[in-house]
Design a protein around this ligand. Structure first.
Ligand SMILES: NC(=O)c1ccc[n+]([C@@H]2O[C@H](COP(=O)([O-])OP(=O)(O)OC[C@H]3O[C@@H](n4cnc5c(N)ncnc54)[C@H](O)[C@@H]3O)[C@@H](O)[C@H]2O)c1
Length: 587
């Protein structure tokens, strides 16, 4: 960030169609121009955080939509907010700020609804280099979406219609005369800033709403002038003439993600992104938006077609920063690869320097735009602190943290020495505590969401007389994850505990066996490795479960059939599980 804020933006006024628009500019005019269009009931200030993050690389332009902020309103209001007039405004702004080069358009909410019009009508062709849309569909596409479902109503389609219908209550409300105006000038206008602060928070964003009741009352005409008529008669040729990046917040109370199911038919060059957030992402997720917008603009400027990474969850993890501990082998390595395939930037952490380096190298080949290796012992508090400082300074705040490094230890309770206990707890529990405290702390401080995954084990809920220390460490990780999940829930940070059963990795050949001599330990390691090999559950499947757990924000995830079985037994027939615990272990 450059410290550029809307307060020190250059301002000009652009006259068009009987109104005067307030236009603000940040950054070098020689750079590619990014035009940010705000929604309802907002003013250009909703973009303040995003604009500040883009201004060091781009010429950033924002304007108050007619009737909003410091732009004047048309007279009369009725008929003054048609999509046609809004397109005139956009072209007037573009003529003023970037007469010779097409601009990169970004719209949120109603800003996106109108931008869809700009990106699909003939008279703007050649003026738009790319369009990033968030939380505002094209009314034409929406109209066709409704019509398809009404014409051929399968149960699923009717469900989708009802789902979106329920989310659209405010659209009907805004079509009523006078009531919205009264509400905004009265109680709604008063509580609105507090509602936003409560649910769409971002630290340090003052979010001025200079003239909210008037803006909101004017903006009601955006709906009245356009929605009903356009939904009834959607244009048949509403094809986008620029590449489109669609960013969908999955927790949007106003728009169902299903709305965009058939978007490819209207948009030949579509890149999809999703993120777990509510409606006002320009306020609540500025880092992620600036990164995605920056990447999309830069790619289109250089004439590159933006091809989405091949991974299953590329829409979600593309460009995100993911740190995995124990990434030099087994589950950690497979997890790093899965994130890499989804286009994430990967930090592979392991105490085994070679292992971590190989994982980072392979991650780049698999699709990670950037990947780094860091050699650290996760049980070493100071080393972890140093790593956290370095990561924050060099790579940024981690979006997904996977505390996975762990060691095995087998042996009865009385064979397990205090040193054995210390070692296993230091790595398996304290490593997770350090990771959560340091990287989770940075996430919480940033206030823009994130996710923490801790690798526990089925041993966390399945007692055994062979693994008292290991199982205790994993039970602690499971409970730590549950507690932290409760603590971070209000901040948009999810916490998942992964509980695999027997997975075919190196852990069997490095696990310690307490109470036996070296030769016997070797023999048992070999035997366990053979058994795990026969079981042959691949770490890639655990990695897949980890990515899915993040996407779905799952709390506790048993992986492998035996882990799922034991999980069910621990809840419904714990006595049977205890009986199994007393039996001779296979190890
Ligand atoms: N393999 C299984 O059957 C299984 C089952 C349940 C849970 N788990 C858990 O999954 C996690 C990953 O295990 P895996 O099976 O992939 O084992 P693995 O031995 O193949 O990989 C573990 C990695 O962690 C690293 N590591 C160990 N201690 C470390 C430390 N102090 N600091 C930094 N890195 C360290 C190792 O160098 C290794 O690269 C562990 O927490 C393990 O307890 C494994």
């Amino acid at each position: 960030m450059t410290g550029m804020t809307l307060e020190n933006a250059r301002e000009r006024r652009v006259r068009t169609g009987g109104v005067e628009l307030c236009v603000a500019e940040l950054g070098e005019p020689g750079q590619p121009t990014v035009v940010l269009v705000h929604g309802y009931p907002d003013s250009k200030e909703v973009w303040a955080q995003v604009a500040a993050r883009l201004a060091d690389r781009f010429h950033v332009v924002l304007y108050d939509v007619r009737g909003h902020g410091r732009s004047t309103a048309p007279r009369p209001l009725r008929g003054g907010f048609t999509l046609e007039k809004l397109t005139d405004d956009f072209l007037a702004v573009v003529d003023a700020v970037s007469p010779d080069r097409p601009v990169h358009l970004v719209g949120h909410d109603w800003g996106s609804v109108q931008s869809w019009e700009f990106a699909t009508v003939a008279r703007t062709e050649g003026r738009i280099a790319s369009f990033t849309s968030m939380s505002g569909p094209s009314l034409d596409h929406f109209g066709h979406w409704i019509n398809t479902r009404l014409r051929r109503p399968t149960p699923r389609r009717v469900g989708q219609l009802l789902g979106q219908g329920a989310k659209s209550w405010y659209v009907y409300a805004l079509h009523t005369p006078v009531l919205p105006e009264l509400a905004w000038r009265g109680p709604l206008g008063k509580v609105w800033p507090r509602v936003l602060e409560r649910f769409e928070r971002v630290p340090g964003d003052g979010y001025p709403t200079p003239s909210l009741p008037t803006d909101a009352a004017h903006g009601a005409w955006l709906y009245r002038d356009n929605v009903r008529s356009r939904l009834r008669r959607p244009r048949a040729d509403a094809y986008a003439h620029a590449p489109v990046q669609l960013i969908t917040p999955l927790g949007d109370a106003f728009l169902s993600e299903r709305l965009y199911d058939e978007l490819e038919q209207w948009v030949p060059r579509l890149t999809r992104r999703t993120l777990p957030a509510r409606h006002w992402i320009p306020r609540s997720r500025p880092d992620q938006l600036a990164a995605w917008i920056g990447e999309f603009v830069t790619a289109n400027e250089s004439g590159r077609t933006v091809t989405a990474p091949s991974g299953k969850y590329a829409d979600r993890f593309g460009g995100q920063l993911v740190l995995v501990t124990g990434a030099g082998s087994g589950i950690g390595r497979a997890t790093a690869y899965a994130f890499a395939e989804s286009g994430a930037r990967v930090i592979a952490v392991d105490r085994d320097a070679d292992g971590a380096a190989r994982t980072a190298e392979m991650s780049r080949l698999l699709g990670a735009p950037e990947a780094w290796a860091e050699t650290v012992d996760v049980s070493d508090e100071q080393a972890m602190e140093k790593l956290a400082d370095k990561v924050a300074a060099a790579y940024g705040v981690v979006d997904v943290l996977v505390n996975n490094a762990g060691i095995g230890l087998s042996g009865s309770f009385f064979d397990t020495t205090p040193e054995d206990w210390k070692k296993v707890l230091d790595v398996n529990l304290w490593g997770v505590i350090h990771g959560c405290r340091l990287f989770g702390g940075q996430m919480a401080e940033r206030g823009q969401g994130g996710h923490i995954v801790n690798t526990a084990s089925a041993a966390a809920y399945q007692p055994s007389k062979a693994l008292p220390a290991y199982s205790t460490s994993k039970a602690a990780v499971l409970m730590l994850s549950e507690c932290l999940r409760a603590e971070l829930a209000g901040q948009g940070i999810g916490v998942s505990a992964i509980c695999p059963g027997f997975v075919n990795t190196n852990i069997t050949s490095t696990a310690r066996f307490a109470g036996v001599d070296g030769a016997e330990e070797k023999r048992r390691q070999k035997r366990t490795a053979r058994l795990y090999g026969l079981r042959n559950y691949p770490p890639e499947k655990v990695a897949d479960a980890i990515l899915r757990a993040v996407v779905r924000n799952e709390a506790v995830v048993p992986v492998t059939p035996e882990a799922r079985g034991a999980h069910l037994m621990s809840r419904f027939t714990p006595r049977a599980l205890r009986a199994i615990a007393r039996m001779e272990p296979p190890l």
